[in-house]
Design a protein around this ligand. Structure first.
Ligand code: PHE
Length: 474
C-alpha cells in the first residue's frame, strides 16, 4: 500500500502544511485572550518555555513516529511496537480523539463562516448585537453554512497529500500571514493602540497561579496540534532526506509568532476603541471574544472608518480566522482517512466517503445541541454544570484526552520504541543529531519530566471539569 500513500513534495510543503495545522483559532483568538487576562508578557514567558522545553520534544517524537512507520497513528504505534495489542489500542485513541475534535472544530469553523459572510454582506451591526451569537448558533441556517464548508474540506482532501493538503496550505498560509501583518499594522496606527501594546507586553507576575500555568500548557499543546495524531500522520508523508529537527523548529516558531502577532492585533484594537478598559472586563472564553466582543469592537471603528470601513476590517479579520481554521480542519480530518487507507485498507475515495458520512452525523448532532434539540442541549450534567453534546465532546477529547495522548507518545518514544530507535529516526538525513546535546535533552526530557507534566495536566483537567476540584491548589 505504501506506493498509494502520498508524500509532501518538499520540506517547504511539509512545513506549510504542518504550520497550517498548527496555526488555528487557538493562535488567533485563544492565545491573545489568555495572554491578556493572565499577566501579558508573564504568560508569554511561561508559554514560550512550555513550547520550547515540553512541546518541542513531543513534536519531534510524533513526527519521527510517523516517518519511521509511514503509517497513521494506529499503524505507527502498532508497527513500532512489533504489533503489540496494547499499543495498538493507544493508537486507536490517537485516531478517535482527532475525529471528535474535528466535530467541534467543524462547528466553530462554520460559525466563523457565518460571521465572515455576514460581515461581507454589510450586516456588522447585526453581528454586534448582544444576542447575535445565540441567534445564529441556534438557527437552522447553520446547516446552509455547514454543507459548503464540509464540501470544501473534502474537496481539498480528495486532492490527496500533495495536490490537496499541501496545495491548499501553499495558497492559504502565505495569504494568512500577509493579511495578519497588514491588519496588525493598521490597528497599531490607531489612537490609543499603544496602551494595548503596553498592556500586552508588560509582565504582571501577580496574575500567575497554578491554573494559569495549567492553561498555558494546555494552550501550547493544542496550538501546536499535539496529541491529535496529526503530526504522526503528517510525519508519515515527510521525506527521509529532510531534517525533522529543522522542520519542527520552523513549525513551532511560526505557530508562536502568529499567536504573538495576533495579540498585537487584538489588544490594540480593543484599547483603541475602549481606552482605559480593564482586562477583567474582557470575555473569558475565545468563543465569547470572537463572536460577541470583537464584532462590537469592529462596529465601534465606524466612528473613525465609517460603516463600510469597519465592515471591511471585520471581513478581513474573519477571512483570516477562516483560513487558519480551514487548514487546521483539513489536517485533523485527514487522520481517520489515513487510518482507513492504511489499516482496512480502503481506497482514498472510499475512506473520504465514510469519513464524510461519520463527520456529518456527529456535526449535525453537535450543531443541534445549541438550542435546536433540547435533549442534545441539556445532554448531561457533571462537575455541577449542565452540559450539551458539544460541551461533552470538547470536555472529554479536547480538554482531557489530548494531554493523555501526549503522555502516551512520550512513554512510547522513551521506553517502548527506545531511545536508540527513536534517536536514529530523528538522525536520518541529520547525522550530527546523534550524540548532540539536543538528542540528550530530548531523550532525557521525554523519559522524565515531560510525561509527568502531561499526566499532571490530564489529572488536573479531569478533576476540574468532571469534579469541580482544583488539584493544583496553589
Ligand atoms: N492548532 C490548532 C489551533 O491552534 C488546533 C487544531 C489543529 C484544532 C487541528 C483542530 C485541528 O487552533
Amino acid at each position: 500500500m505504501a506506493g498509494l500513500r502520498g508524500q509532501f513534495s518538499s520540506k517547504l510543503g511539509f512545513i506549510l502544511a504542518a504550520a497550517g495545522s498548527a496555526v488555528g483559532i487557538g493562535n488567533l483568538v485563544g492565545f491573545p485572550v489568555m495572554a491578556s487576562k493572565n499577566g501579558g508578557a508573564a504568560f508569554l514567558i511561561i508559554y514560550l518555555a512550555f513550547v520550547a522545553l515540553v512541546c518541542f520534544p513531543v513534536m519531534v517524537g510524533e513526527i519521527a513516529m510517523g516517518r519511521a512507520s509511514r503509517k497513521n497513528p494506529v499503524g505507527a504505534f502498532s508497527d513500532l511496537s512489533n504489533g503489540n495489542m496494547w499499543w495498538r489500542n493507544v493508537g486507536r485513541l490517537a485516531v478517535i480523539t482527532p475525529f471528535m475534535i474535528s466535530v467541534f472544530y467543524t462547528v466553530i469553523t462554520a460559525w466563523i463562516v457565518v460571521y465572515m459572510v455576514e460581515a461581507l454582506l454589510g450586516n456588522l451591526d447585526e453581528l454586534a448585537s448582544p444576542d447575535a451569537f445565540a441567534r445564529y448558533s441556534s438557527s437552522p441556517v447553520m446547516f446552509a453554512y455547514l454543507v459548503p464548508l464540509l464540501a470544501l474540506v473534502f474537496y481539498i482532501l480528495s486532492g490527496g497529500v500533495r495536490d490537496g493538503i499541501e496545495k491548499a496550505a501553499r495558497i492559504l498560509m502565505p495569504t494568512l500571514v500577509v493579511m495578519l501583518v497588514l491588519l496588525a499594522s493598521f490597528v497599531l496606527t490607531l489612537e490609543n493602540a499603544g496602551e494595548g501594546v503596553a498592556y500586552y507586553l508588560v509582565p504582571d507576575f501577580s496574575r500567575i497561579d497554578s491554573s494559569v500555568v495549567n492553561a498555558a500548557m494546555n494552550q501550547a499543546f493544542f496550538s501546536l496540534s499535539l496529541g491529535m495524531g496529526i503530526l504522526i500522520t503528517y510525519g508519515s508523508y515527510f521525506s527521509r532526506r529532510d531534517k525533522i529537527i529543522y522542520s519542527t523548529t520552523f513549525v513551532a516558531s511560526t505557530d508562536t509568532a502568529v499567536a504573538f502577532t495576533a495579540g498585537l492585533l487584538i489588544l490594540p484594537a480593543i484599547f483603541a476603541m475602549n481606552p482605559g478598559i480593564s482586562p477583567d472586563e474582557l470575555s473569558d472564553s475565545s468563543i465569547g471574544l470572537i463572536f460577541s466582543y470583537l464584532p462590537q469592537i469592529f462596529l465601534e471603528m465606524e466612528t473613525i472608518l465609517g460603516y463600510a470601513g469597519a465592515s471591511v476590517v471585520a471581513t478581513v479579520f474573519f477571512v483570516l480566522v477562516f483560513f487558519a481554521a480551514l487548514t487546521s480542519l483539513v489536517s485533523i480530518t485527514e487522520i481517520p482517512i489515513s487510518y482507513m487507507v492504511d489499516e482496512i485498507p480502503f481506497h482514498r475515495r472510499q475512506a473520504l466517503i465514510v469519513m464524510a458520512g461519520f463527520l456529518s452525523v456527529f456535526v449535525v448532532l453537535a450543531t443541534l445541541s445549541f438550542g435546536m434539540a433540547d435533549w442534545l442541549t441539556s445532554f448531561l450534567s457533571y462537575g455541577g454544570v449542565q452540559k450539551s453534546f458539544f460541551d461533552l465532546i470538547s470536555d472529554v477529547f479536547y480538554e482531557t484526552v489530548l494531554p493523555l495522548v501526549g503522555f502516551t507518545v512520550c512513554v512510547f518514544c522513551a521506553y517502548r520504541w527506545r531511545r536508540s530507535g527513536f534517536a536514529r529516526e530523528v538522525a536520518r538525513g541529520d547525522e550530527p543529531y546523534l550524540g548532540s546535546r539536543l538528542e540528550k535533552y530530548i531523550g532525557f526530557s521525554l523519559s522524565t519530566f515531560i510525561p509527568v507534566i502531561l499526566l499532571a495536566v490530564f489529572a488536573n483537567n479531569v478533576a476540574q471539569i468532571f469534579f469541580a476540584y482544583n488539584l493544583l491548589g496553589f
